[in-house]
Design a protein around this ligand. Structure first.
Ligand code: NI
Length: 228
């Protein structure tokens, strides 16, 4: 499932992020954190994880995710890998087709995180750069994603994906992974559909015996499938 989270960041948070991610931020070669397959495809810059800017921005992104009910319903997070930040432009401007590692070790929390769901938070205004589309391959073919600054996308961690070359300006983004309480993308999709439609039914009809019963179905499925 590919899902857009609109306005994940407030205008104020976006301003803070942009101020900390300018030219004088501690950008390092993105290849320092890639696995063997990804290494051959990766050509971008990444914010040094041990920097003050990185710590401030990680807290900002995690705070935004935690308050977003759509994020919770879609990802059902159990663990979140510390958000990272990258920049594409100039001579370091693309990340070819690759898969992310299935389990990654988070420096911040010193724990392993299974990458069930991937997330990219767009921080640059799309008018400020050309190219830089996130292309995600799923069962329906390849989908291109280029969102407004402050919006985010969730997509399956299992997918082959890439960032196309940035031919003008810079594309700055945050990216992270979520280990979900529900490992299967299909099961998460069923739960998400049920949850979203229950919200709509409740808005239309108020609480009825049927909405109560269907809410029970949601929780009983979650109880069957969730690992906490
Ligand atoms: Ni990736």
């Amino acid at each position: 499932m590919l899902l857009q989270l609109k306005n994940l960041l407030s205008a104020e948070e976006l301003g803070i992020a942009r101020a900390l991610l300018g030219d004088d931020a501690p950008w390092i070669d993105g290849r320092s954190s890639a696995g063997v397959q990804a290494l051959t495809q990766k050509n971008n810059e990444q914010l040094a994880q041990d920097s003050e800017a990185s710590r401030t921005l990680q807290a900002l992104i995690l705070g935004a995710l935690r308050r977003d009910p759509l994020f919770f319903s879609a990802a059902l997070p159990r663990k979140i890998f510390n958000p990272l930040f990258n920049r594409y432009g100039g001579g370091s401007n693309f990340y070819g087709p690759h898969v992310d590692g299935a389990v990654l070790h988070s420096k911040a929390s010193q724990e392993w995180v299974r990458t069930d769901v991937s997330c990219t938070v767009f921080l640059s205004d799309p008018a400020d750069y050309d190219g830089g589309e996130l292309l995600v391959q799923d069962t329906y073919g390849s989908r291109g994603v280029k969102l407004a600054a402050g919006d985010a996308v969730l997509y399956p961690g299992t997918s082959v994906h890439q960032v196309t070359p940035v031919t003008r300006g810079h594309r700055v983004a945050s990216f992270l992974w979520i280990e979900s309480m529900v490992r299967s993308d299909e099961q998460r999709r069923i739960l998400f559909d049920l949850d979203m439609n229950l919200l709509k039914l409740r808005a239309q009809l108020g609480e009825t015996p049927e909405t109560t019963a269907l809410t029970g179905v949601y929780h009983n499925l979650l109880r069957q499938w969730a690992q906490t």
